[in-house]
Design a protein around this ligand. Structure first.
Ligand code: ADP
Ligand code: XUL
Length: 517
């Protein structure tokens, strides 16, 4: 049996697979907002941060690990797990002092993880991927290495606000003393993996590429980017290594407290998007994945690393080898939730029933779907922009939001130069047939869904099994199959409708960006 964990924005989930029977034998989840309300983070982060700051409390992530394992241990025999791997929300970073390694090595199962590890935090809160506060640091890093093109050439992305390097630089500038006391900086994924392994583990090439620090040619930390980011940074980062590397055995803490076998291996962690690439059976080019989690992301394996001239797209390591593209949209599920709550609606209104009340193309009524700052395109939007009255009926608003989100996705993925021939959906909203149908029509490509909505946790479990000698093609064949009747084909008659809508959307976006810049 193999265990996959996913520490995402809103929850920590677990999934257990049995390659011999080809079955997912167990799923479990801890929701940060509802299960750990004491951290006052209903959507997994601390609300109301100033100047675009979005941080989370890393003690919440630590406490969730004990809670998840205690639930798992109640319902399943964890002694049968051969290996575990983690996936994590990308870019978020955790800062630890020089007591961390000793604390990990000496974990006592008589006490909790949060009690034993919290004193090692050298920064009380962790910036996460939603943070847009590092515009100045991005410019400083780009200037120091010769411009954004150079940062992109080396790291696969221009210097981007949410990426870990600019976030580290901001911490160094704001609190140089705490920065100098920091002995190790982890990503969310490698932090959780380190706790499992009872020692600091390496950062893999999938998640490491989301830092503006990894050189994609050498697959090592880039010394010029390190120097441009913060002094002495090279000494504070774990090593980098391929995703399939075994980091060691599970910490004795988990063996004695939750009954895991002391020979259970810990495989390096990766980011949630690279992990979903594996979980969605998309590690070879051709199949595109859209993840509808807190963020909406659009990604695929790449035959050749191509970078986005406009700077919105990224190149990350593909956990199965080679590279993957990724485009991230900040106004994903939380924007859909906001409109739903503002109008007093339910998810049915965003599904087939609700969408059936309006025609495709919404009779030309278009919304720029940005309820807050956006990453793609990068802008400090403070609310959606409509080319129609904002007291239009709810069904018009819902269609306008959803069409706006996926027209924006289609527009900003054109740099890949490849039209998707198949799209697989994952994430919390992927079970919504209305949204799935709309995506099929806007991209004019068939859409498939899996029975498991958490492609990232499934990807982690598959990676654990693969790293222990199971064949990836066989694992993919066994676990990455679309659910019966989950496929939705596009309506070819709507190709022209959405072609015209795309042009309208682009014009409205162009005008809005010009007005606001
Ligand atoms: P993350 O991995 O980023 O924590 P998930 O992939 O678990 O997020 O997705 C959670 C989101 O899924 C919630 O914010 C919720 O808005 C959305 N969601 C759940 N069910 C539906 C639905 N039927 N239609 C649309 N969105 C949904
Ligand atoms: C990707 C990104 C988000 C996070 C959270 O670049 O910022 O998708 O990984 O899921």
């Amino acid at each position: 049996m193999f265990l996959g964990l996913d520490s995402s924005t809103q929850s920590l989930s677990a999934l257990v697979i049995d390659p011999a029977s080809g079955r997912i034998v167990h799923e479990e989840s801890v929701n940060f907002g509802t299960d750990l309300p004491q951290y006052r983070s209903p959507s997994g982060f601390i609300p109301g941060g100033p100047d675009g700051e979005v941080h989370a409390d890393p003690r919440m992530w630590i406490e969730a690990i004990d809670l998840l394992f205690s639930r798992l241990a109640e319902r399943t025999d964890l002694g049968t797990i051969d290996a575990v791997a983690c996936s994590g929300q990308q870019h978020g970073s955790v800062y630890l002092d020089d007591s961390f390694a000793g604390r990990l090595a000496g974990l006592d199962s008589g006490s909790s993880l949060v009690e034993q590890l919290s004193p090692a935090l050298s920064r009380a809160t962790s910036p996460i991927w939603m943070d847009t506060a590092t515009g100045a640091e991005c410019r400083e890093i780009a200037d120091a290495v010769g411009g954004d093109d150079e940062v992109c050439r080396r790291s696969g992305s221009v210097a981007i606000e949410r990426f870990t390097g600019p976030q580290i630089r901001r911490f160094f500038k704001q609190d140089p003393e705490a920065y100098s006391k920091t002995a190790v900086i982890h990503l969310v994924s490698s932090f959780v993996g380190s706790i499992l392994a009872g020692k600091n583990i390496a950062i893999d090439h999938g998640d490491g590429a989301g830092m503006n620090l990894l050189n994609l040619r050498s697959l090592e930390w880039d010394s010029d980017l390190l120097d441009a980011t913060a002094p002495g940074l090279g000494d504070k980062l774990p090593a980098t290594a391929p995703s399939a590397t075994a980091a060691g055995e599970i910490s004795g803490y988990f063996a004695s407290k939750y009954g895991l076998s002391s020979s259970c291996k810990v495989i390096l962690s990766t980011g949630d998007n690279p992990s979903s690439l594996v979980g969605m059976g998309a590690t070879s080019p051709g199949t595109f994945v859209i993840s509808l989690g807190t963020s909406d992301t659009f990604f695929a394996a790449m035959s050749e690393p191509v970078t986005d001239p406009a700077g919105f797209g990224h190149v990350f390591g593909n956990p199965a080898g080679g590279f993957m593209s990724l485009i991230c949209f900040r106004n994903g599920s939380l924007a859909r939730e906001q409109l739903r709550d503002d109008l007093g609606l339910g998810w049915d209104d965003f599904d087939v029933a609700g969408l059936g009340k309006t025609p495709a193309g919404n009779e030309g009524r278009i919304m720029l779907p940005f309820f807050g700052p956006e990453i793609t395109p990068r802008h400090d939007f403070t609310g959606p922009v409509r080319n129609f009255s904002d007291d239009a009926p709810p069904e018009v608003q819902v269609r306008a939001l959803l069409e706006g989100q996926f027209l924006n996705m289609r527009l900003h993925s054109q740099w890949l130069g490849e039209k998707p021939t198949l799209i697989r959906l994952t994430g919390g909203a992927s079970g919504n047939d209305g949204i799935a149908g709309l995506i099929a029509d806007i991209f004019q490509a068939p859409v498939e869904r899996f029975a498991v909505a958490n492609g990232a946790a499934l990807g982690a479990a598959i990676r654990a099994a693969h790293a222990c000698g199971n064949d990836l093609a066989q694992l993919t064949a066994a676990f990455c199959q679309p659910a019966a009747d989950s496929r939705i084909d596009p309506d070819p008659d709507l190709a022209a409708v959405y072609e015209a809508e795309l042009a309208r959307y682009q014009a409205l976006l162009g005008e809005a960006m010009e007005r606001r810049l």
